[in-house]
Ligand binder design. Structure first.
Ligand SMILES: [Zn+2]
Length: 147
């Protein structure tokens, strides 16, 4: 698998840890969007696209985000402690939609995306800089840190 293109849209406001939205093209024919560059304690890291985990209200059956305190649909107070912790004690609020399954591939994606991000940061310092338009900013929620 070859990463043939990375597009980077820098984020200058919103969550301060979220630095950019990216899309990545594999072998010139498959695109993964909603990849994020996030500022971590040990530098920038790449978060793969993820979805918020939800559960169902006991009263009406509606889906609610795990962090919700009240049901979005019926307003009933939701029980606390619904969030499970992973083996490192972090709250598990998101699940990856697409992700590498080995460390080598993760490293390759990380290096390629961060390098494209750094180039875009350099470009953005120029006066005639125009950010790419085709990347949508769908979800600014920052997932829990993945090592
Ligand atoms: Zn409900």
């Amino acid at each position: 698998m070859e990463i043939t293109e990375v597009r980077v849209k820098l984020v200058s406001n919103g969550d301060e840890r979220l630095k950019a939205f990216c899309s990545m093209t594999l072998d010139n024919e498959f695109v993964i969007r909603d990849i994020k560059v996030i500022e971590g304690t040990n530098g920038h890291f790449v978060a793969m696209p993820s979805r918020k985990l939800t559960d169902h209200c006991e009263n009406c059956g509606s889906k609610n985000h795990l962090r919700a305190k009240f049901c979005n649909n019926c307003g009933k107070k939701l029980p606390e402690g619904r969030v499970k912790e992973d083996n490192k004690g972090r709250m598990k609020l998101h699940a990856d939609i697409a992700h590498p399954i080995n460390a080598e591939c993760r490293r390759r994606i990380q290096e390629t995306v961060i390098s494209a991000f750094e180039k875009e940061m350099e470009k953005s310092k120029q006066e005639d800089y125009k950010p790419p338009e085709e990347i949508s900013e769908s979800d600014e929620d920052v997932p829990e840190v993945v090592s």
